[in-house]
Design a protein around this ligand. Structure first.
Ligand code: GSH
Length: 211
């Protein structure tokens, strides 16, 4: 099986998580930012993640891919029920998280932006959505304390969530993304959770390139 991804992409991370949890043989192909041809050729639209299944069919939509891969062998990992408190935490913090991660992602070390042209394409794609990214980065002084307050509140919620299920595919990709933000304070249970899931899923956190 082959998955087409961006390394920074939280939705692609869901695919990497399920493949990692289940030890599925997966070949990864990083699509370069700005490369519309590859995804257009495969699935007729510019999107990642894309899964090429053993039967030759292609799938998009990260959660559909997760559910499909989860059926391939036991045990299952992407089962209900979703922890509604953790999902609500993600939903209410998504805008704030995005404001912190996007201006850092465009400067980071990911394969999909490892050439000047691809990095520029990423900057342009994100600037179209979020406006001036340098200005957004400068507002980190405002956003980081807000985020830290929300992360402190998360700690008790996350300590009650013990077994891997669908909830983890909703929250972990965003916490992993936040690990690229220096001065973010993950509370102890949250940090323990992040390390546990990263290890089980065999995906790296981003602390080594935080700023
Ligand atoms: N609902 C989709 C969302 C995927 C998505 O938003 N992917 C982004 C990358 S993070 C994308 O493909 N952007 C289009 C582009 O690169 O132009 C899913 O869950 O798979």
């Amino acid at each position: 099986m082959k998955a087409y991804i961006y390394e920074h992409c939280p939705f692609c991370l869901r695919v990497r998580m399920i493949a990692g949890f289940k030890n599925l043989p997966m070949q990864y192909a990083v699509i370069m930012e700005g490369d519309a041809e590859t995804p257009m050729h495969l699935v007729g639209k510019k999107v990642v993640p894309i899964l090429q299944r053993p039967d030759g069919q292609y799938m998009t939509e990260s959660l559909d891919i997760v559910h499909y891969l989860d059926t391939l062998n036991e045990p299952r990992y992407a089962q209900d029920p979703v922890n509604s408190e953790l999902k609500a935490w993600v939903d209410s913090n998504l805008k704030l998280i995005t404001k912190l991660i996007v201006p850092r992602f465009v400067r980071a070390d990911f394969t999909e932006i490892s050439t000047p042209i691809s990095r520029q394409a990423f900057i342009e794609r994100e600037t179209e959505v979020f406006g001036a990214l340098d200005a957004l980065l400068e507002q980190s002084d405002i956003y980081i304390p807000m985020m830290n307050k929300q992360l402190a509140a998360l700690d008790q919620l996350i300590s009650k969530h013990e077994h891997i299920n669908l909830t983890d595919f909703i929250i972990f990709p965003w916490l992993r993304s936040l690990s690229i933000v220096a001065c973010i304070q993950f509370a102890p249970q949250t940090l323990r959770y992040m390390n546990r899931i990263a290890t089980a899923a065999k995906v790296p956190l981003l602390f080594d390139q935080a700023y």
